[in-house]
Design a protein around this ligand. Structure first.
Ligand code: PFF
Length: 467
């Protein structure tokens, strides 16, 4: 925890160990995006071809931006808004503010989805038969199709956000870091068990073959953009997160190595998730997909056909729960750092106010999916055009507008305003070597901004249709 000494010097909180930081940052990166979005995208994007392009995007663009975010954080030891001021460019602080806003909106819906995941852990323990009997009906019922969804929108999300707040209240190293050190190995273990089960199912080899086949014809401009957007979302870039996590790093840690480790962990886990989901859906004749309808309803068809399928169901939703919790913790930490440092609130007050308010706003995310009184109002406002629900609208604003805009301006800031040479000085202190500095400079000045610009323009031109 941050503490005050007798004088006026404010000691900032720090990670207790580098491995603790790696696990916390990987916990942020590995989230719902890896498990319920990446496999479906890989399937739609032509298997191996998509995977190859995705890896290249992470290696060249994602890693370059992640390194820049960690560097700005570690250099300034500030939250994302304070960072611009500390670098002598207070006029840029609103870019940081946009990142905070983006994180806050994501937090609102992440809490809800985390709650649904928790609900399904219980469902597979106590009433898997009810899920199997009507997977779509069970899912829409949880979202309020047949009356106010107390459990799906209020009770389970409340438990989820309370757990997040408890970890955050304990601080950086005794809260976030300690929690990540316990649950991230558990996440890996569950992932391995489920993947081994999936690839050894009769008929799974078709799915494995699909993922290893390069079907270039499916790789269109829109799948390329979807890979780019997925990489940014998956690495938690363009928000207040990685700058904030970097700000708790000690000066002697190696930023380049850490960036490589986080990117590798995040990408390997997304790949393994694809080998967990795709072979299983091929083996059980379920249509692969993306998002809630797939993860909650379609997958019931897989678990129903497996021997002791309920057990695998419980493990799968526990995996999602851990992934979602560590991501939500990071999102709220980014906003908390901003509020405590810029508005001078106590950490406790900041966490409680942010947790309660994003929980309350998030309720409308769930209500807008199926609960008619709210869904109806939304339909009246939008006339059913473009965004089928308020939730889709929230995701559009964050993933297609705020996140790419924030990331684009951030790259311009580092590449052209603060200048790469200053970042390189920060990276290279304590005799850390950075052999790729020339390549990185080109990536952050030209390649990354151009790629992010493409995501932004496509979002503006095509709305949700490319997601
Ligand atoms: N990276 C997380 C995922 O892949 O699900 C999502 C996420 C976490 C987005 C944290 C944004 C964020 F700030």
């Amino acid at each position: 925890m941050a503490s005050k000494n007798k004088g006026k010097i404010h000691m900032r909180a720090q990670w207790g160990s580098n491995i603790g930081f790696i696990l916390a940052a990987a916990g942020s990166a590995v989230g719902l995006g890896n498990i319920w979005k990446f496999p479906g995208r890989a399937y739609q994007g032509g298997g191996g071809a998509f995977i190859l392009i995705y890896i290249l995007i992470v290696a060249f663009i994602g890693a370059a931006v992640l390194l820049a975010e960690l560097t700005v954080g570690r250099k300034t030891q500030k939250n994302v808004v304070g960072a611009y001021k500390a670098l002598g460019h207070p006029r840029w602080k609103w870019v940081g503010g946009m990142g905070v806003l983006c994180g806050y909106i994501i937090s609102c819906y992440y809490i809800q989805v985390g709650g649904w995941v928790l609900r399904y852990v219980f469902s597979y323990i106590f009433s898997a038969d009810a899920v199997y009997a009507d997977p779509n009906g069970y899912f829409s019922n949880m979202l309020g199709q047949n009356g106010f969804p107390w459990i799906g929108a209020v009770v389970c999300p409340l438990i989820f956000i309370s757990a997040t707040a408890v970890v955050l209240l304990k601080g950086i190293s005794s809260g976030i870091e300690r929690f990540s050190k316990i649950v991230m190995p558990a996440l890996l273990a569950i992932l391995v068990v489920l993947t081994v089960r999936s690839v050894t199912l009769p008929g799974a080899d078709e799915g494995i073959k699909y993922l290893l086949t390069f079907d270039w014809s499916k790789l269109t401009a829109s799948t390329l953009l979807s890979a780019l957007g997925q990489a940014f979302y998956s690495l938690s870039l363009g928000m207040a997160i990685m700058i904030t996590y970097g700000s708790y790093l000690k000066k002697e840690e190696n930023l380049v190595k850490n960036t490589g480790l986080i990117c590798t962990l995040d990408t390997v886990i997304a790949l393994v998730a694809a080998f967990m989901i795709i072979p299983a859906v091929f083996a059980t004749d379920v249509e692969p997909g993306i998002g809630g309808g797939f993860a909650f309803a379609s997958l019931a068809g897989v678990f129903e056909k497996l021997p002791v399928g309920e057990l695998f169901g419980v493990l799968f939703y526990l995996l999602l729960l851990v992934a979602a919790l560590t991501s939500e913790i990071s999102i709220l930490e980014g906003t908390t750092a901003y509020v405590t440092e810029q508005w001078h609130w106590s950490r406790k007050k900041a966490i409680i106010v942010l947790a309660v308010s994003s929980f309350v706003i998030g309720i409308f995310y769930t209500l807008s999916q199926s609960y008619l009184p709210i869904k109806g109002i939304w339909m009246d406002i939008t006339n059913g055009v473009q965004f089928p629900s308020f939730g889709d609208f929230m995701e559009y604003v964050t993933d297609r507008l705020l996140m790419p805009l924030g990331a684009l301006l951030f790259c311009i800031f580092v590449g052209w305003v603060w200048k790469p040479k200053h970042a390189i000085t920060e990276i290279e202190q304590h005799s850390v070597g950075f052999r790729l500095k020339k390549v990185w400079t080109v990536l952050i000045k030209f390649v990354a901004p151009a790629a992010i610009f493409a995501i932004l323009v496509s979002g503006l031109l095509f709305g949700m249709s490319l997601s």
